[in-house]
Design a protein around this ligand. Structure first.
Ligand SMILES: NC(=O)c1ccc[n+]([C@@H]2O[C@H](COP(=O)([O-])OP(=O)(O)OC[C@H]3O[C@@H](n4cnc5c(N)ncnc54)[C@H](OP(=O)(O)O)[C@@H]3O)[C@@H](O)[C@H]2O)c1
Length: 270
């Protein structure tokens, strides 16, 4: 898919993106050049990572080799963005830099990496179990080949969507922030089970299986969410009693506003 690839910051998300590609032999370990900040992470990767990739400590002389790779994945935390400096002697042409940093705009990337064509990507934490969602916005002058390479990086661990940059904030809110909202809902519903006398662990398991089952039902039978709701809500029954409480507490509005707030916050970072 690509010859050499540089990974600037080899943490949780970068590992989730690169490991399936190495597992499937789509890239060779000797062609992966990654940089991390601490000696601890360096030693940990050398000792424990299952593929024998090249790894360097940031700031070391050897780490400059990453700038000789045509394709780079930028995957440090946003607060470390300022520490990454493009070297003067970038020799190769058609350099591609793919950033997964939350809230760092294409404009900022282009200013910081003028010798690269930049791509901004938003992905989410389920990518670590191969079930991610990835939104991509292309920078100026992107080539067809560069688009293909970028998509291939993410296709093995996530579903890939292409957007103009305006949509990335709402995409981030809905896919990257919402796992925390779902976790909160699971926790709260489980506490409901707990209140009814079920042990916590059992309660949580039931909630998660119910969610998985509900999604399968909607998808397999191609139901709308309203159809599903009507299916389980009988006149004067238990479900309408539950829904009535949620409507009184304005849960719909709370959830809508939570996504809008996450999106607005993401815009502030950009
Ligand atoms: N976590 C999420 O839910 C999520 C979801 C989607 C996207 N993202 C984005 O993905 C990016 C990475 O997140 P993560 O959770 O994978 O972070 P992480 O596990 O903390 O990994 C960050 C990596 O960057 C390295 N690093 C820090 N400063 C560096 C420098 N100056 N030069 C080279 N490497 C440096 C760190 O090295 P050390 O270990 O030595 O410090 C570490 O390997 C973030 O920008 C985030 O916005 C995160």
């Amino acid at each position: 898919m690509t010859d050499k690839i540089a990974i600037i910051g080899f943490g949780n998300i970068a590992k989730a993106i690169i490991t399936p590609l190495l597992d499937k032999n789509l890239i060779q370990p000797e062609n992966v050049y990654c940089v991390v900040k601490s000696e601890k992470s360096l030693e940990n990767i050398k000792k424990n990572y299952k593929h024998k990739i090249n790894v360097y400590e940031s700031g070391s002389k050897d780490s400059k080799i990453i700038w000789d790779c045509q394709v780079k994945l930028l995957s440090v935390k946003p607060q470390h963005f300022k520490d990454i400096i493009e070297t003067d002697n970038v020799k190769i042409k058609d350099n591609l830099l793919v950033s997964i940093l939350a809230g760092v705009s294409l404009n900022k990337l282009a200013q910081k990496f003028p010798k690269h064509t930049c791509v901004r990507v938003v992905t989410n934490i389920p990518i670590t179990v191969g079930k991610g969602l990835t939104g991509i916005s292309w920078g100026e002058k992107i080539t067809k080949d560069q688009k293909q390479v970028t998509k291939k990086l993410f296709e093995n661990s996530s579903k890939v969507y292409e957007f103009t940059e305006d949509y990335l904030d709402i995409f981030l809110a809905l896919t990257s922030s919402a796992p925390a909202i779902i976790a909160l809902i699971i926790e709260a519903l489980s506490d409901g089970g707990l209140s009814g006398g079920l042990p916590k662990k059992m309660s949580e398991e039931l909630v998660m299986e119910m969610i998985i089952g509900t999604i399968s039902l909607i998808k397999e039978n191609k139901l709308t969410t309203s159809e599903l709701k009507n299916l389980v809500t009988s006149p004067g029954g238990t479900t309408i009693s539950a829904l009535r409480v949620l409507e009184k507490k304005s849960i719909r509005s709370a959830l809508i506003e939570s996504i809008v707030a996450a999106s607005n916050r993401s815009k502030e970072f950009g």
